[in-house]
Design a protein around this ligand. Structure first.
Ligand SMILES: Cc1cc2ncn([C@H]3O[C@H](COP(=O)(O)O)[C@@H](O)[C@H]3O)c2cc1C
Ligand SMILES: O=C(O)c1cccnc1
Length: 592
């Protein structure tokens, strides 16, 4: 607990500033999303992402019983706590329906229900069998107070480690509006008469009793309002402590968390008294009709997003507002900027839209320094680079047929290659017929020998000893063709550089190569042939360009360095020597 309490990160003003800049660049009048703009900026600061994403919400509901319920301060009996928890687990409580509708997992934690809960899905972590009745004695010991906060921390941390990126925390505990109101009365120094409301629908008589009991208990237990633990242990509840712990853990992990009604907000005030930095990670969802809620929100400096007169608890208010907040993340991500949509912007010239990049904190699945959250895990990212670095041009094949599923995936990878104007100029001729392959091999062999004339003496011998194809070994050859007429005469982006169709087809081939490598399948690009020969053998029309012959098959091994490097034909140039800054640099320039 001390780790979490002592190390809550501050707001990130730089990210907030960049987010504000982007928000003002979106195609809408400045400030037109009202209060929701502030929510977006706060989310950016909390998550240190200019474009925050909330993809994995999680609901935690903490439940416990209260000694004070013996005084008849609720319209319902204590046993309803356990019954409602079972109802939640069966998916039939308001909170369960709201969570299910949004596909959000919900976990109920029993922090101290008096009876055994009759459902296996409840996480049982009882700190006691209900609190003591604070009319007579402190609700709990200091040890219990710390334990329930610790349970809240652990519950959040478990789900954070599984990828949760926003939390709704709810509570269930008959009698807990009395407990919360007592806490708020002491923390805020306000009289219970101002704060007590109708709770679950109590009579005027019960309301009067509720006020009197709180007043008497505060007098009797004389809490030290400057000591949050003293106040909490005297009037709190186990579920309220767990909610406070959950808020602390969210703040520690830079995870946004939604407040619900009066009970969770009392827990928030307790958490903020332990460390005021928690506040920066809390979002007020709604204002409940319990009078104490408005006072508590005001004390925290929060303006609730909505006032719908809700007074249910269970996280129901927060769950109702959550979609609005998540939509705002999509707005931030997907709304066009004035510049992108070519809409005239009176507020920005081209120059002042440039901004310094910002560096976020590291940690999977976020890439360090990225302004957005990436949806690639570290393992997935590494896999992409592995395929790129381990790709080889293969010329030795095993005769085994290629798995049909793998072949389809490789072709689909090609088909998802980038193409200018989306013209998709490619076709794939799958050649398995041995007679046809032999014909192809003969023309390739003829070209290979002819090309040897380009080299002299020893270099020529060297060239002729290189194996340039495995056409007859591989079970499959794919002829990739390019149709420059596809998409009509005016393909977007192809008007000034006509060969972009060919570039697109090349990109498709590279995709195939990488996919094949990941499938453990070798691919060799054969390019020593006369196009006319290949057109004749494969009956390709005159206007279609046979770009590549790809031998495809399993191979005994993928060399760790390219074959031509291994045999000394060439070596990989230094990347550094190929990169220029701002303009083409002459070698003379760099020597100076
Ligand atoms: C059926 C039912 C479902 C609830 N869900 C939340 N609460 C809410 O009401 C209780 C607090 O009110 P009081 O202090 O008056 O007992 C808490 O359990 C709170 O979560 C419920 C209450 C009832 C009766
Ligand atoms: O404000 C709330 O969330 C609330 C009010 C009454 C009863 N239960 C919850």
């Amino acid at each position: 607990m001390n780790r979490v309490l002592g190390d809550i990160p501050p707001q990130n003003k730089e990210v907030t500033e960049r987010a504000r800049h982007r928000l003002d660049d979106l195609t809408k009048p400045i400030g037109s999303l009202g209060t929701l703009e502030n929510i977006i900026l706060r989310l950016a600061s909390m998550t240190e992402r200019v474009i925050p994403t909330l993809q994995s919400p999680h609901v935690l509901i903490f439940a416990a019983d209260h000694g004070i319920s013996a005084e008849g301060v609720s319209a319902y009996k204590e046993e309803v706590t356990e019954q409602m928890v079972v109802n939640m687990c069966m998916g039939s409580a308001v909170s369960s329906v709201l969570a299910r509708e949004q596909n959000i997992p919900l976990q109920v934690v029993d922090v101290g229900i008096r009876s055994r809960v009759r459902h296996p899905d409840v996480l049982v972590q009882k700190v006691g069998l209900g609190t003591k009745n604070f009319v007579h004695e402190p609700a709990m010991t200091i040890d219990q107070a710390q334990k329930c906060v610790e349970i809240g921390i652990q519950a959040v941390e478990k789900h954070v480690s599984q990828g949760a990126d926003i939390f709704v925390i709810g509570e269930m505990g008959i009698g807990n509006t009395t407990s919360s109101t007592a806490l708020l009365s002491v923390f805020l120094g306000l009289s219970p008469g101002l704060l007590v409301g109708d709770g679950t629908g109590i009579s005027t008589e019960q309301k009067r009793l509720k006020i009197q009991l709180i007043e008497a208990a505060v007098k009797h237990l004389s809490p030290d309002s400057k000591d949050p633990w003293d106040v909490f242990r005297k009037f709190g509840g186990f579920e309220i402590g767990a909610v406070a712990g959950a808020y602390l853990a969210c703040a520690y992990h830079r995870i946004p968390v939604l407040l619900d009604g009066v009970i969770t907000t009392a827990a928030a005030l307790f958490a903020c008294r332990l460390n005021p930095a928690v506040k920066d990670y809390l979002i007020a969802s709604h204002e409940s009709s319990e009078p104490a809620h408005a006072y508590a929100l005001a004390a925290l400096g929060f303006e609730p997003l909505v006032k719908w007169g809700m007074h249910l608890g269970e996280g129901s208010g927060a769950l109702s507002v959550l979609p609005v907040i998540r939509n705002m993340c999509q707005v931030m991500a997907e709304t066009a900027t004035f510049e992108d949509a070519r809409v005239s912007n009176p507020h920005r010239t081209h120059h002042d839209s440039e901004f310094r990049p910002v560096h976020g904190s590291a940690g999977s699945p976020m890439i360090s320094g990225s302004p957005t959250v990436t949806d690639f895990t570290e393992a997935e990212r590494n896999a992409v680079y592995k395929a790129i670095l381990a790709r080889r041009d293969i010329r030795s094949f095993l005769p085994d047929e290629i798995d049909e599923g793998a072949l389809w995936r490789i072709l689909a990878a090609a088909h998802h290659g980038p193409s200018v104007g989306f013209m998709q100029p490619w076709n794939f001729i799958l050649v398995r017929d041995k007679e046809r392959l032999r014909e192809i091999q003969q023309t390739v062999e003829g070209e290979r020998v002819r090309a040897a004339d380009n080299y002299q003496d020893l270099k020529q011998d060297y060239y002729l000893r290189l194996k340039v194809e495995g056409l007859l070994q591989a079970p499959l050859t794919i002829c990739v063709t390019n149709d420059s007429t596809r998409g009509g005469p005016h393909v977007l982006g192809r008007n000034t550089i006509p060969e972009t169709d060919l570039m697109s087809t090349s990109c498709a081939i590279e995709n195939m190569w990488l996919a094949a490598r990941a499938e453990g399948i070798g691919l060799g690009w054969v390019s020593i042939y006369q196009k006319a020969d290949i057109r004749r053998i494969l009956r390709i029309p005159e206007h279609i360009d046979p770009v590549a012959l790809l031998s495809v098959g399993y191979t005994s091994h993928f060399p760790d360095i390219p074959l031509l490097e291994r045999v000394g034909w060439g070596k990989r140039l230094e990347l550094q020597s190929l990169i220029y800054q701002d303009y083409w640099e002459n070698e003379e320039d760099t020597k100076l």
